[in-house]
Write a protein that binds this ligand. Structure first.
Ligand code: ADQ
Length: 499
């Protein structure tokens, strides 16, 4: 790591320049960013533009990829001349930093090899399964770990370079757990926050990680470590005591003479945006059209997930199949629509999952479908926000049955889209969202009979009762939207008294 005192060579953005590591206070860092977000991905997608004009200019074009995080942080980023550091999504050289909608975006380069080892390997085949209760066995590889460390170091150096004196830097998620400590070593003046979007496992599981002490120390580089749920924050505090003997009281621990806070900040969605979409007459029309195309069934049951083994898609399909087999549901009165967004398609577990899900869909349709009337409509595609909103509006019952999920935004989006129209949410107890959406039909996805019963109760719920439940959950979401989430986190980070 760049040494204290003296000079450090930074090869950021393909340039080589010398910066003084005794950052020298406000003057030397004038013009830099007082608020920096560091995330694996930038909040934009590259648009393939093969027109002669685009080729001539050598320019790359970008379009915002709308997500809850950027929606929530956009006002803060604009107000504070913020910078977002992240990967563009394409392997190879990184484009130069550029401005979009009032935010400076600093693209990071990842080579093909790094995409395979840091992103698909260590992030998505080691840490992702381990942190999700090891529902698939995590794979441990030394070369993945080395790439993870190297990429984390580059992100930390990029943040150190763009951050103003005493800036606030907010690091996001499991791909970048080493960044807080690396950044603190480079820039002890910064206020550093970290938020983990996925669960944080209990000690027994975390201890499997060969890199466990390094990851823990990496996170402890932050002033505030945020989690989706209180249980995750407690797992973290207990782990620090277990592994490093770090004492804690309440949510604050003492580490290397500093205070580190670990707290829960359940993430949310842009509730107003989803409600606006759901109220849009074009979206309503599209919802009616979807129902008509499905053959105007009495009950439309919907699932919307990334095609991921944590989401419990197979369990949900199996419950539906058994209910059809037992005659407790029947086609065409009830049909299921399962949207499974393509995801991490080069990772082995994901390829295997796709085969299993598609086989199960084929089996259900073979057994219970008729010509022109499938029992399950399976869509392995990405959709626009308005098409998703139309699907939510069209669905009588939404099934969200993950085996483990940090939060699950789909559950919140469905509730926000239902306005005064009722509808029922079947929700796994193992989704973070279950901590807030208590009026859902909660179930344990491992208990197939329990899932079946919850689905039947949701299908048969009295409409007035459905509206009552939906109303309570909506009121909760209106008070706890993603903007409230971001400001709660940043307020808590700003309240820390050690600066
Ligand atoms: P994810 O695991 O990706 O997020 P989730 O919270 O459900 O899961 O968010 C998925 C998002 O993608 C939703 O906003 C949804 O609308 C969108 N989406 C899903 N299918 C789509 C499709 N076919 N087309 C277009 N959009 C689609 C991780 C954690 C979660 C945590 C979030 C945020 O795993 O637990 O809730 O981060 O912190």
């Amino acid at each position: 790591m760049g040494g204290a005192g003296g000079e450090r060579i930074s090869r950021l953005k393909g340039r080589v320049e010398i910066i003084r590591s005794d950052y020298g206070g406000e003057q030397t860092l004038a013009g830099k960013s007082p608020f920096v977000v560091v995330a694996n991905r930038l909040p934009v997608d590259e648009v393939t533009d093969d027109t002669p004009a685009a080729r001539m200019s050598g320019g790359r074009r970008w379009r915002p990829s709308p997500g809850g995080l950027v929606t929530a942080l956009h006002p803060v980023l604009v107000e504070h001349k913020g910078t977002w550091i992240g990967w563009s999504g394409t392997a190879g050289d990184a484009p130069e930093p550029f401005e979009m909608d009032g935010i400076t975006l600093v693209p990071m380069a990842l080579s093909d090899d790094e995409v395979e080892r840091y992103y698909e390997g260590q992030s998505n085949a080691t840490i992702w399964p381990l942190y999700h209760d090891a529902v698939e066995p995590p794979v441990f590889r030394r070369r993945w770990r080395d790439a993870y460390r190297e990429v984390n170091r580059r992100y930390a150096e990029a943040a150190a370079e763009v951050a103003a004196y005493r800036a606030t830097v907010w690091v996001q998620d499991y791909q970048l757990q080493l960044v807080p400590a690396m950044l603190r070593e480079l820039r002890p003046d910064l206020r550093i926050g970290f938020f983990l979007h996925i669960p944080f496992p209990p000690i027994e599981l975390f201890m499997q990680l060969p890199q466990r002490t390094e990851v823990l120390r990496g996170l402890l580089g932050a002033d505030l470590v945020g989690f989706q749920q209180r249980l995750a924050a407690q797992n973290f505090l207990r782990l620090a005591r277990h592994l490093l003997g770090t004492p804690y009281s309440g949510s604050t621990l003492e580490y290397e003479g500093r205070k580190v806070k670990a707290e829960a900040f359940p993430i949310s969605i842009d509730v107003a945006e989803m409600q606006r979409l759901a109220d849009n007459p074009l979206v309503r029309e599209r919802a009616a059209q979807i129902r008509a195309e499905l053959g105007d069934p009495k009950t439309v049951i919907l699932g919307v997930d990334r095609l991921d083994y944590t989401k419990g898609i197979e369990h949900r399909l199996k419950a539906f199949r058994e209910l059809l087999g037992e005659g407790r549901l029947s086609v065409p009165e009830a049909v299921m629509v399962q949207v499974a967004t393509p995801s991490r398609e080069r990772v082995e577990h994901y390829q295997a999952l796709r085969v299993k899900v598609e086989r199960e869909v084929g089996r259900i349709n073979g057994d219970f479908g008729r010509v022109g009337v499938p029992a399950v409509h399976y869509l392995h595609q990405s959709y626009s926000r308005s098409e998703l909103a139309a699907l939510y509006c069209a669905a009588d019952v939404m099934m969200v049955t993950p085996l483990r999920d940090g939060m699950n935004l789909v559950a919140k989006e469905y509730v926000a889209a239902r306005a005064e129209h009722g509808g029922a949410l079947v929700l796994s107890e193992f989704a973070g969202a279950a901590g807030e959406l208590r009026q859902a039909f909660l179930c344990n996805p491992h208990d197939l009979d329990g899932v079946k019963d919850a689905l039947i109760r949701a299908v048969n719920v009295d409409p007035a009762e459905a509206r009552r439940r939906m109303g309570i959950m909506q009121r909760h979401l209106r008070r706890h939207d993603v903007a409230a989430w971001a400001s709660d986190f940043l307020r808590s980070l700003g309240d820390l008294d050690d600066h």
